[in-house]
Every structure is written in C-alpha cells, then in structure tokens.
Write a protein that binds this ligand. Structure first.
Ligand code: M6P
Ligand code: ZN
Length: 190
C-alpha cells in the first residue's frame, strides 16, 4: 500500500497568470541575469523581466512541481526579454509547458550543442525531454504567460548556461523575431 505524503489541493489561475492562493513567487530583474545578454544599454535601468508563481511540493521524483511564469514584453539591446534558462540538475528529468497568453519561443539545447526552437502561444503544449536545457523568450507585445510542470526532484542547474550560454539567440529583426548564432557560446557545437 502506498501511503500518500500529500492531500489533494487546488490552485486557481488568474487571468494575468498569477495564482490563487499565492504560495511562492520568484522575481527576476535584469541585474539577476546581466551576463546573459550580449549588450546592455546604459539607459535601461533594472527592469523586472519576469515573475514565477510556484506550486511547491516535496522535491521527490514521485511528485510534480508546477508553476506559471509571467515574462514581460521588452528588449535588452536587440534581444527580447527571456528567462535565465537551465538544465535540470538531474539531467534526464523532463518538463511540459502550456502556453496561456502572449507569444514566445522556447529555445532548447543539449549538452553537445543540438538546438530546437519551438513556438509558444495560447494552447501550445511543449514537451521538453530530459537532457535539454530550456529558456523562454517573449517575442510579442503582451506578457507571455505559461504553465510548466516537471518531475519533483529535477532541480535547476543555472551554472552551465551562465558559463556557456545557449548556442542561439532570439533577436528582434526588421520583420520580427530571428534566431541567430550566439557569438559568445562556449559549449560544444553540433
Ligand atoms: C518555468 C519552469 C520553472 C522555471 C521558470 C523560469 O516556469 O521551467 O522551473 O523556474 O520557467 O525559468 P528559469 O528558472 O530558467 O529562470
Ligand atoms: Zn526546467
């Protein structure tokens, strides 16, 4: 017999992507991820780039963590606002995203430099297999809101991305978003 650790519970999603009740919030400003943008204009200040609203559960592989992310619209130089991006500390742990509002790109990369860029929009369901680092990018004019759920013990490894970057960047071009090579990427390429 399996004796559950938790009792069932329900969380409500508000229209703006926040959760009710609020159980935990992470705020990320530009100053938290300075190294991740190519060039930061002096005049930009320290804007909030995104909030993550958490539904925390024990960090075990038998549970599922989940959260919503509200990634605001904007650019830093030619790059759109984006999340830090991470591998999972336990590399093979997977994740599912569901787009709620706004328009984005989900940039994914393996440790040997394979890249995938997938669309995020209301109703998109993106599967992030184990072993793929992931970063979301808001390419629209409205906040990009999405729900994420992932294996409970996955953990976040930010260090690898901080050191190596992603192989590609999503930049604002004349005709909209463009995926270009990251000149500062120091990881392996394929
Ligand atoms: C999604 C999930 C979270 C993550 C958040 C922000 O909601 O992948 O685990 O924390 O996006 O991304 P990051 O942690 O890379 O800043
Ligand atoms: Zn993740």
């Amino acid at each position: 017999m399996v004796k559950p650790d938790l009792s069932p519970f329900t969380t409500l999603l508000n229209e703006d992507g926040t959760l009710q009740p609020e159980r935990g919030v992470v705020e990320r400003r530009l100053s938290d991820m300075k190294e991740m943008f190519q060039k930061i204009p002096d005049s930009i200040g320290d804007p909030i780039l995104y909030h993550v609203y958490l539904i925390p559960v024990p960090e075990k592989n038998s549970e599922l963590q989940s959260s919503t992310t509200v990634l605001y619209p904007g650019t830093v130089g030619s790059e759109y606002y984006m999340t830090k991006g991470h591998f999972h500390e336990i590399r093979d742990r997977s994740e599912v995203y569901m787009g709620i509002s706004g328009e984005g790109r989900l940039v994914m990369a393996t440790e040997d430099g394979e890249v995938a860029v997938e669309p995020m929009r209301p109703g998109s369901i993106n599967y992030v297999p184990g072993g793929w680092a992931h970063r979301s990018v808001n390419v629209g004019e409205e906040p990009l809101v999405f729900f994420a759920t992932y294996v409970g013990d996955a953990g976040h490894d930010y260090g690898t991305i901080e050191e190596e970057g992603f192989p590609v960047l999503v930049v604002k071009g004349e005709e909209g978003p463009e995926v270009v090579e990251n000149p500062r990427y120091t990881g392996r390429t394929r």
